[in-house]
Write a protein that binds this ligand. Structure first.
Ligand SMILES: [Zn+2]
Length: 175
């Protein structure tokens, strides 16, 4: 994929590519251009997840934004459990990648904050770190999640854009 040009054209481009399943008029994405590739990958993965659904299936994108320095998406997808799990996983990958990707240029970055007491959070590379002197992100992004299979510790690997799961507690067989 070619690097998107300056301006918000990259958003139009992504929405146009996926107009087959994006419902209605999707929202403006309130995120930096450095995350364009994260969104592009996320939408490709959602399209893949929808391949097993009816061709008429539409997903409503309610909101795409940055919150506490991280990528957030709110979407409504009337799909079966398999596609739903695939979409949840795609969203998790996008969120974790945002935690280590500069929101300005898309290079590897770390979660940083301003020095003020009610500081702003943002993920920046070393080159775009001006105004964000405190480094908060150390090592690979991690998260603990609970789904219908149990509770897992998740570690994200940026080089391969994948996660490894470690089971913390499994669901009982009878559930
Ligand atoms: Zn940068």
């Amino acid at each position: 994929m070619s690097r998107p040009t300056k301006s918000t054209d990259w958003q139009t481009e992504i929405y146009r590519k996926h107009s087959g399943w994006v419902a209605g008029t999707p929202p403006h994405m309130a995120i930096g251009e450095g995350w364009a590739e994260i969104v592009a990958r996320l939408f490709d993965r959602i399209a893949e997840a929808l391949a097993s659904e009816l061709p008429s299936t539409k997903v409503a994108i309610i909101d795409i934004k940055e919150k506490y320095g991280e990528f957030r998406i709110e979407a409504l997808a009337p799909v079966g459990p398999e596609a739903e799990a695939a979409i949840d996983r795609a969203i998790l990958l996008a969120e974790l990648r945002s935690e280590c990707t500069c929101d300005e240029c898309g290079e590897a970055g770390r979660m940083r904050s301003t020095l003020a007491q009610s500081g702003w959070l943002a993920v920046k590379c070393d080159h775009h770190a001006a105004g964000y002197p405190r480094i908060l992100g150390k090592g690979s992004p991690r998260r603990r999640i609970t789904n219908r299979r149990g509770t897992f510790d998740i570690t994200y690997d940026r080089a391969t854009d994948s996660i490894t799961e470690t089971l913390v507690a499994g669901r009982r067989e009878t559930e």
